[in-house]
Write a protein that binds this ligand. Structure first.
Ligand SMILES: [Zn+2]
Length: 71
């Protein structure tokens, strides 16, 4: 079973990477707080150019925030 650890170490990095991205809270820059915040009530939307985006509100001040990319 000497080859088993090698296989795991080769396969695992990709999985761990995509998983951590999926579990990440969608963040956006809040102009009022002047920092990046976790989007509250994130909603997936599609821009006019067909690109995915996320909109929601800042949990600190309630300002609408917007971020390009998937949630
Ligand atoms: Zn804010």
């Amino acid at each position: 079973m000497a080859s088993s650890p090698f296989y795991v170490s080769v396969l695992y990095p990709n999985r761990a990477q995509s998983r951590s991205v999926e579990n990440e809270m969608p963040t956006a820059y809040c102009v009022k707080c002047k920092t990046s915040i976790e989007i509250k009530d994130p909603q997936n939307v599609t821009l006019k150019n067909g690109k995915p985006a996320v909109k929601g509100v800042c949990p600190n001040c309630g300002t609408s925030v917007f971020r390009i990319g998937k949630a």
